[in-house]
Design a protein around this ligand. Structure first.
Ligand code: CP
Length: 309
């Protein structure tokens, strides 16, 4: 299969068979993680710029690790050390990066649409590592890959997305991808933390967490995005934690094998209890491991435009 896409802006661009091709490619790279020398020459001589205008631990590090394991040269640019702080526009920054002839740019930016802005102007592949509230496609891909590793087919499974849906690009991309893979999706949040158009999303909407948790196969907690809150949306953090923090009583009414997920970084004791974050059914660290191989698969597919034979 030849990989046809130049850029990854959101999961909505991908067909179900393309998602499966990403999973198959990531699955092959998993074997590499077990070796003492975790490096192959696949992208030797290619360069990837990691342009992160917002903070990141998991996404940035795992793209860096992914690139290096494929022998690509990776170069990091953070907002704090870039000329964005001197008022340079995103367009000028992008054109400057293009002039250095990278083979791909991974971008995280606070503006929804920033990845598309670059994709429309630059010749190299642009991979969206999170743009504003809009999308976080690589997170959704690694989340579904993690579940796929456990369950196989996601068809017929029910996944609850819990928390600050309004501000969450993770939720938006996951809703699209989980539906594409045949899962049923519920969202649960206080009214103020649901997006205004949530009734048009392909989800069941709940405001009561116990009701929302009944019979679900996985619960994805979202980080409460304290840095994106506007006045009045979140009256009291302790009240939020009491009403919408995931605890044992919610897991008790879910499927007995319910999987607990969180994209990180976690506010322990706010959106999830510390015990649940670390419990045997928690996939939180599996998600991080999946992030490396899924991002290896994406760099391979987008930078070579080749799929598996
Ligand atoms: N899940 C996620 O995007 O984490 P980082 O912000 O640490 O990259």
């Amino acid at each position: 299969m030849k990989w046809l896409h130049k850029d990854l802006l959101d999961v909505s661009q991908l067909s179900q068979s393309e998602v499966m091709a990403i999973f198959e490619t990531a699955g092959r790279f998993q074997e590499l993680q077990e070796r003492p020398v975790k490096k192959v020459p696949t992208l030797k001589g290619r360069s990837v710029i990691l342009f992160f205008a917002e903070p990141s631990t998991r996404t940035k590090t795992s793209f860096d690790v992914a690139g290096k394991r494929l022998s690509a040269d990776t170069f990091s640019l953070a907002k704090s050390s870039s000329s964005l702080t001197k008022g340079e526009t995103l367009k000028d920054t992008a054109l400057t990066l293009q002039a250095m002839a990278p083979d791909a740019i991974v971008i995280r930016h606070w503006s929804s649409g920033a990845a598309r802005f670059l994709a429309d102007r630059l010749d190299c592949p642009i991979i969206n590592a999170g743009d504003g509230r809009h999308a976080h496609p690589t997170q959704a891909l690694l989340d579904s890959f993690t579940l796929h590793q456990d369950w196989g087919d996601l068809g017929g499974k029910t996944v609850l997305i819990l928390g600050d849906v309004a501000h969450s690009r993770v939720a938006r991309s996951n809703v699209i991808l989980l539906n594409k893979l045949g899962a049923k999706v519920r969202v649960c949040a206080p009214r103020t933390l649901l997006p205004p158009a949530v009734n048009q999303w392909p989800v069941e909407v709940y405001s009561d967490l116990t009701e929302a948790s009944k019979g679900v196969d996985a619960i994805m907690c979202l980080r409460l995005q304290l840095e994106r809150q506007q006045d009045g949306l979140l009256p009291d953090l302790r009240e939020y934690a009491r009403t919408y923090g995931l605890g044992e009583r919610h897991v008790d009414v879910a499927n007995p094998d319910v999987k607990i997920m969180h994209p990180g970084p976690m506010n322990r004791g706010v959106e999830i209890s510390s015990d649940l974050a670390d419990c045997a059914d928690s996939l939180v660290l599996d998600q991080v491991s999946s992030g490396v191989v899924v991002r290896m698969a994406l760099l391979f597919l987008y930078m070579t435009r080749k799929g598996e034979e």
